[in-house]
Design a protein around this ligand. Sequence first.
Ligand SMILES: Nc1ncnc2c1ncn2[C@@H]1O[C@H](COP(=O)(O)OP(=O)(O)OP(=O)(O)O)[C@@H](O)[C@H]1O
Length: 366
Amino acid sequence: MITFDSVTKTYPDGTTAVDNLTLDIEEGSFTAFVGPSGCGKTTSMRMINRMIEPTSGTIRVAGKDVGSSNAVSLRRGIGYVIQSAGLMPHQRIVDNIATVPVLQGQSRKAARHAALELLERVGLDRAVATRYPGQLSGGQQQRVGVARALAADPAILLMDEPFSAVDPVVREDLQNEMLRLQGELRKTIVFVTHDIDEAVKLADRIAIFGAGGKLRQFDTPARLLAAPADEFVSSFVGRDRGYRQLQFNSGADVQLEPLTPISEAEIDSQILGVDEWRLVTIDGNPFGWVDAEGVTAHSGGASLYESCSAGGSLFTEGGTLRQALDSALSSPSGTGVVVDGNGTVSGGVRAADVLAALELQRKSAS
Ligand SMILES: Nc1ncnc2c1ncn2[C@@H]1O[C@H](COP(=O)(O)OP(=O)(O)OP(=O)(O)O)[C@@H](O)[C@H]1O
């Protein structure tokens, strides 16, 4: 457990970066610090490993006041990941990861062996071990940054905007990897981000900071979206928070629509009216949607790819209402495709079905 008890940090120029912060971070939890630029997220985080000293108040890690802990041994138990990965450019990847364990007395051979396993753990091929950081993409470097922070097997991981320098697709991969890793490792993670969506996706609890380094709300993502403490939090979590909140509602009781997919061989015999669509599957897996225009094109010799409109997102049985609604809204036919765990089509879902399920859930909760 990490405890902030009435912690204030005022810099020598008089800026109060953190104002009377009191907060308990549970062991094994993923906590995000979120807020606009300059609200004290990084300062708060860096006080945990004594990179910054508080002006007043106490921070405890596992019950021990960090102010009276030896900074070097304190940091041994706290991994640190930053935005630019911060790798040593002239060291091979394997040695970037093995450095701290070697400093801590592990043999170079054992540390390198462990480094190779860590590479796999963060989703990288062992073959990158002999490369230099400059020979890796930004996303790969970030994964190495995480591996390096994990090398000393710290109980706590501090991550300061670790994924903000990579493009959105890579960022999503890294987020998913982080969720998977945390499922396995159960570290106590403190994660600084500007991005409320990232925080909602990753964190068990979110601390929202406002101007002057004041904590405005500390809550689970679901409660933060459902009951923002004030105007500031409400505007920070965004206008579409009602939609995002759907990710905390189970989609298990959505009434599915029957869907009768067709194979490519059946396309040419379809007689379709305006706004009528058929789902085309290959071996039971969804391929795309075909309408009257697509049937004509296919009959005239166009390929399957040319004749079909790409489907939207898929709704896997057991998913959330947000996934169900997204699959309906993103499908050209207005019917989202529902698949079972094997990716086989099991039905369809329309926006109205999602709203009906939501109404039922609301009624049974009240
Ligand atoms: N060394 C310093 N000396 C003086 N003021 C500082 C120092 N470091 C940070 N600050 C100020 O303290 C406040 C909080 O900074 P901090 O970096 O903790 O915010 P942040 O929420 O992490 O911001 P960002 O999201 O932009 O990184 C800001 O007003 C910043 O300008």
